[in-house]
Design a protein around this ligand. Structure first.
Ligand code: SF4
Length: 298
């Protein structure tokens, strides 16, 4: 069980620094901002300096504890920041220290999740870009709708990591991962990449897809069909799929009971019953897929 994380797809969460700037609709209800500006009384956003944390010893300890373990712990980096944020207050040595820490903790599977995939090549160690990321480093992008899928996935697919993954949470619109418009144009018009199979000349392919709905007081509802579409795309392509949570709103076909309703244009209806009661079954099934490479490393 997670030592310091309640997130279904990780065991630990590590924040090398805290602070970030909103970049897309998925950030609208940023949990980290609420935490930082509320309980911690700090500033947030483009004019607030990022603050280096004092928890850098934790991954070293987790790595030691994981020695000889049968299950490799996963570390989500970062929940209160974006590792590939280009804010001026992030000193180059912070990043150098982070890459060194990751290299020094090979018993952990690191999950680097970003909403800024175009910055990965710029900030990752040149040797990782040239020769491949260490095998215990997985790189992911958040994708909440098709617009962000087409903006972020092409950059993610350029990253030479063994595991490339998506966190489609909060899912705010339909996403077709089999039809990602290739960046740039040519005389024949935009080409289409199937990001789940790596077809159409894509430089890489996705190895894992996580999705879920939004939680919190101002959570936006997700159409259940958007989750089903991702589930089915992954099943067709043989890509592991993890349904993390419904969030505050759940399909009326999944959980019965009273609660405020929202009906989408296609007639599908969700009900606001709270994250805990909503659970994480999709059409009665728990989807807990994880990518094979991490299991192979065990
Ligand atoms: S990228 Fe993440 S941490 Fe940064 S503002 Fe958006 S939701 Fe918050």
């Amino acid at each position: 069980m997670a030592e310091n994380s309640g997130i279904e797809w990780t065991d630990h969460t590590f924040n090398p620094w805290i602070g970030c700037t909103k970049v897309s609709p998925a950030c609208d209800n940023c949990y980290a901002e609420t935490l930082a500006t509320g309980r911690l009384g700090r500033q947030w956003g483009p004019h607030a300096a990022r603050r280096r944390t004092k928890t850098w010893g934790d991954p070293v300890r987790w790595n030691r504890q994981a020695e000889g373990a049968t299950v490799r712990p996963r570390v989500f980096c970062a929940s209160l920041a974006d590792v590939f944020d280009n804010h001026r207050s992030i000193l180059p040595e912070w990043r150098r220290d982070l890459w060194a820490l990751i290299e020094a903790t090979p018993n952990l599977d690191w999950l680097l999740l970003t909403k800024r995939p175009p910055n990965i090549v710029r900030f990752a160690p040149p040797k990782w870009i040239a020769s491949g990321f260490p095998a215990h480093v997985c790189v992911g992008a958040t994708v909440e709708n098709q617009t962000e899928a087409e903006r972020r996935i092409p950059h993610l697919l350029e990253v030479p990591a063994r595991v490339l993954f998506l966190s489609c949470e909060p899912l705010l619109g339909p996403v077709d991962l089999t039809e990602i418009a290739r960046p740039g144009t040519d005389l024949l018009g935009p080409a289409i990449w199937d990001s789940l199979r790596g077809c159409g000349g894509a430089p890489g392919r996705l190895n894992w897809v996580i999705t879920g709905g939004e939680s919190g007081g101002t959570a936006r509802p997700s159409n259940p069909q958007w989750f089903r579409d991702l589930r089915d795309q992954c099943a067709d392509a043989g890509v592991p799929f993890l349904f993390k949570q419904w969030g505050e709103w759940v399909s009326v076909s999944e959980v019965e009971g009273p609660g405020r309703h929202h009906t989408f244009e296609d007639g599908r209806t969700v009900r606001r019953i709270g994250k805990k009661r909503a659970g994480r079954t999709l059409d009665g099934v728990i989807h807990d897929g994880f990518p094979a490479p991490m299991e192979i490393l065990q």
